[in-house]
Design a protein around this ligand. Structure first.
Ligand code: DON
Length: 313
């Protein structure tokens, strides 16, 4: 009898991961948040989860790491659920760079306005300010509960060591936030907005948690394992589009060509991606390339997408 697709993936996955391992030596673990520099440099892990709840795993998929920028996808969705599209996109734009097609200007020289998109820090800090709640802790806990629901893991928690480390050293994000406040983009207390932002970046997950969250995005907002609709379809469509155009920062175009799946990376080395309607995928590889994406993680996804012919383009 021919193996099912998930059985075939389970057979091949260790070999594909092995082939990506040499990439870890070319990458660097992020150190600008001091606590992140403790991550295991040579780690690489992956979990794929299909709509039947069957998974394929390899490598260090059980290691815990913080979501960092991956959380931006879900704070955007929660802000849309709280405020609607018009309110959110009056405060943050939709474009990868904001430059005109023939512009020679760098982002810093453009006349101050709203952040270009919700995946860059300025945009994500603005989105954090739009989450409903009476206090920073209530807002943060609503984000955490949303991610617990999406991951099917009620045990998800903040990594307080990473939270404190970023809160104590995050002067660049503080500058961005005060700049946004000065321009009337951020309302409310800047330190409180930053607390919400730093907290959601510090939520700790493993590859299986990411794969389950990604599966909900793959299935247009409905968790196929419970049948519960957790996100309106329209907001998943918006999130998927940002993941495709801006999710891998200045390597989003190359990732679209080489892998061809919507994805979001984080500076801790995580990547959340999915095959629409079929698989949620979580990857960890803390050694990063010069664009801030997991070196070996991107290589591994390139291999899998090519072998399985999964590009959506
Ligand atoms: O704001 C920061 O710098 C981090 N908390 C998140 C950055 C991040 O994950 C960028 N991703 N590659």
């Amino acid at each position: 009898m021919r193996p099912t697709e998930i059985e075939a993936i389970r057979q091949q996955l260790p070999g594909w991961l092995e082939a990506s391992l040499p990439c870890v030596s070319r990458g660097k673990v992020a150190a600008y948040i001091p606590e992140l520099s403790k991550a295991p440099h040579a780690a690489l892990g992956i979990t794929l989860l299909n709509t039947m709840g069957e998974s394929a795993t390899a490598g260090d998929c059980g290691l815990r790491f913080t979501m960092q920028s991956i959380s931006k996808v879900f704070t955007l969705i929660l802000a849309l659920m709280d405020n609607g599209e018009d309110a959110v996109f009056s405060k943050v734009g939709m474009e990868p760079t904001g430059d005109n097609f023939n512009s020679m200007l760098k982002l810093e020289l453009v006349r101050p306005g709203i952040p270009f998109n919700p995946m860059i820090n300025a945009g994500a800090i603005t989105v954090s300010s739009l989450i409903h709640g009476d206090s920073p802790s209530e807002k943060s806990d609503r984000i955490l509960q949303f991610l617990q629901e999406l991951s099917g893991n009620a045990g998800l928690e903040y990594d307080l060591g990473v939270y404190r480390s970023e809160s104590e050293t995050g002067n660049l994000n503080r500058s961005i936030a005060f700049f946004l406040k000065e321009n009337g983009v951020l309302s409310g207390n800047v330190e409180e907005v930053l607390e919400v932002y730093f907290r959601h970046c510090s939520i700790a997950v493993n590859c299986a948690d990411l794969a389950r969250m990604a599966l909900v995005l793959a299935c247009s907002g409905t968790d196929p394992l419970t049948g519960n609709t957790l996100i309106p379809r329209r907001y998943v469509q918006i999130a998927r589009t940002f993941m495709t155009t801006c999710g891998m920062y200045n390597a989003s175009g190359e990732f679209a060509i080489q892998v061809g799946l919507p994805a979001k990376s984080g500076v801790s080395g995580g990547i959340l991606t999915f095959v629409p309607g079929r698989y949620g995928i979580g990857v960890l590889g803390p050694a990063l390339n010069d664009k801030g994406n997991s070196y070996a993680g991107v290589h591994l996804l390139q291999t899998i997408s090519r072998e399985m012919n999964w590009s959506i383009f």
